[in-house]
Each structure stands twice: as C-alpha cells, then as structure tokens.
Design a protein around this ligand. Sequence first.
Ligand code: PNS
Length: 188
Amino acid sequence: MKRIKAIYPGSFDPPTNGHLDLIERGSKIFDELVVAILRNPEKDPLFSVADRRKMLEAMTAGFDNVSVDTFEGLTVDYALRVEATTILRGIRAISDYEYELQMALMNRKLQPGLETVFMMPAEKYSYLSSRLVREIAQLGGSIDCLVPELVAQKLREKMDVAHKFEDGEQLARKTDFEGKSKSRKKKS
Ligand code: PNS
C-alpha cells in the first residue's frame, strides 16, 4: 500500500496553537508528517532554530507519526531529500490564499511531482500568527491562550532577559550621564 509522507515547512518563530492544530489534523491524514523548520540565515528570529526545534519536539511528542527537522534552501529540494510527496500548508483566511497559491504553484513548477495540500486550522485560530504572538509578548500582553504553555514560558523568559538588558542599559546611560554632569559641575 502507498504510504504518504508530507512535510510541514515553516518558520515557527514561535510555534503557536494554530501550528499545533494543523499538525494534529495533518497527522490524521498522512502516514508520516515532518515538521520542517527553515534555517534562514537572512532572518533575525526571536528564537534560535535549536529552541524552536526543542519546542516543536515537546509539542509533538504525543504523535507517533510526527517528527521535527530543520532545513536550508528550497523546500522542494528538502522534500525530495526526505522522500516526501506532499507539502502541507495552513490557510487561515482569504488573505493567506494569494501568497500560498503563488508559493504552491511555484513549488509545482520547480518540482511537478510534489503536491501542496492546504488545511484550515480551527476558526478560533484564524487570527493567530507567530508575528502577532511575538508583538504581544514584547509589549507585555497575555499570550496564554495563543501558544502551548511551554512556548509561553520560553517567551516570558525571553522577555525577562530583554527587560533586564534594557534596564541595565538605561542604568548604564543614567550613571554615565550623572557621571558626566558631575565632572562638568566640578570644572565650572
Ligand atoms: O512560516 P512561513 O514563514 O510562512 O514559511 C514560509 C516557508 C518557509 C514555507 C517558505 O518561505 C519557504 O518555503 N522557504 C524556503 C525557500 C523556498 O523554497 N523558496 C521558494 C518558495 S516558492
């Protein structure tokens, strides 16, 4: 019997409940599903590829037919390398469709043997994106229902480090400013 292996490529910076929803749906229709994190040297991600991999591995530990991997270069080349026949992508709203269609057709042009399958996550995740999660976390909003608890925890740790760094910088600037104004006073 023909087994269908699919890859689910993406940035996953960070992985969200929407991604998890799609992974769960994909795991039900494909024999094997590889969540493939793009290693993109041009992007400046919030989480390292290693962190994203760890988070996704923990999130998908309960699915027997799901694994996590990373790749560089073209998605179609990666798919061929791991002998997958299908690319899984999520479509949340019509606004995703244009970009996803363009990418799917370009991937088909590059590699006609590969099929792209679109799946819709649950409606409650239709407005959810990694970009918004990053923004909300950076501005101190609650991300609790948007990402799994382990991702929320990692985001909180990142924000704490960033705030401590900012506080440290502000203190250094203040000390520097006070130091300079004291020495100016001494001179006058
Ligand atoms: O989660 P994202 O950022 O929407 O994922 C986009 C991704 C990684 C699927 C896309 O950028 C991609 O496939 N990049 C790899 C390079 C590539 O194959 N480019 C040609 C796409 S037609």
